[in-house]
Design a protein around this ligand. Structure first.
Ligand SMILES: [Fe+2]
Ligand SMILES: [Fe+2]
Length: 260
């Protein structure tokens, strides 16, 4: 049930249909439905290999959850083993199988959520964020008035110490630019690690990194997702993680952050 004045987002990421843990499908669907979000955000890697059948599975699953879905592509949503297709029409499968929109937006009267496509056909895994994308984002956020401004992208803008993957191209410049555009919260995935904290190099901007919600390609943690409750001026953010029996629940108390 929707609560007056509060906007609830469920932040899923890295579903990897084609490489999911089938035992987790029903528990994840039940947990998301019980949370009754206003919007489900998916920060990329809906599929494992950008196959039509994998997009179809993602579509059926996500559209069964009882809320609108906003999703952006991840690197796995472009073909890896078909380089010609990847270079000539990297998002054909996404466009046909999910949506022709790769940078979608959603808003109500209190919150705007804007997606950015950071999947890079020329550097399959690493990702890129370009100046032109930031310019477009600035235009969209400028028209959003005093709504809370949430940005979604697959690749993180900042890595935690010890991460061995290279940061995506353009990440540092984007992180330096986003606060000036009015962004307040950034949702991302890709690393299959959950983390909620202000960015170290942009402390006025809150980063929510989601683990993998369904994939068996887990790194150091069980399947997980994030829950965001947004109210004017603030956010409560919480990681939900699967327990040993495969049921999702809060991994720790929600963390409260003021949004300037
Ligand atoms: Fe992934
Ligand atoms: Fe990824």
């Amino acid at each position: 049930m929707s609560v007056a004045g509060r906007t609830r987002l469920v932040h899923l990421s890295d579903l990897h249909f084609g490489a999911t843990d089938p035992a987790m499908h029903a528990p994840l669907a039940a947990a998301v439905r019980d949370l009754s979000p206003d919007l489900i955000v998916v920060s990329g890697d809906l599929t494992q290999r950008a196959r039509a059948v994998q997009f179809a599975q993602a579509r059926v699953f996500l559209h069964s959850l009882g809320a609108p879905v906003l999703a952006v592509p991840g690197n796995h949503d472009m073909p890896l083993h078909r380089p010609l297709t990847r270079l000539l029409c990297p998002f054909r499968a996404w466009d046909r199988g999910w949506s022709p929109e790769r940078e979608p937006a959603w808003q109500n009267d209190r919150v705007i959520v804007v997606g950015m496509n950071t999947a890079d056909p020329f550097a399959w895994r690493r990702g890129v964020i370009r100046r032109g994308q930031l310019n477009r984002l600035g235009t969209r956020l400028a028209s959003a008035g005093n709504r809370i401004k949430v940005v979604v992208m697959h690749h993180p803008l900042e890595h935690l110490p010890g991460e061995d993957q290279p940061l995506m191209r353009g990440a540092s410049q984007a992180l330096a630019t986003l606060p000036g555009l009015g962004a307040q919260v950034v949702l991302s995935g890709h690393l299959h690690v959950s983390h909620i904290a202000p960015f170290a190099t942009a402390p006025g901007l809150l980063s929510l990194q989601a683990g993998t919600a369904l994939s068996h390609r887990r790194r150091s943690e069980a399947n997980a997702f994030n829950v965001l409750d947004l109210v004017p001026g603030g956010i409560t953010a919480q990681i939900w993680r699967a327990d040993a029996k495969g049921h999702f629940g809060p991994a720790a108390p929600g963390q409260d952050f003021a949004l300037g």
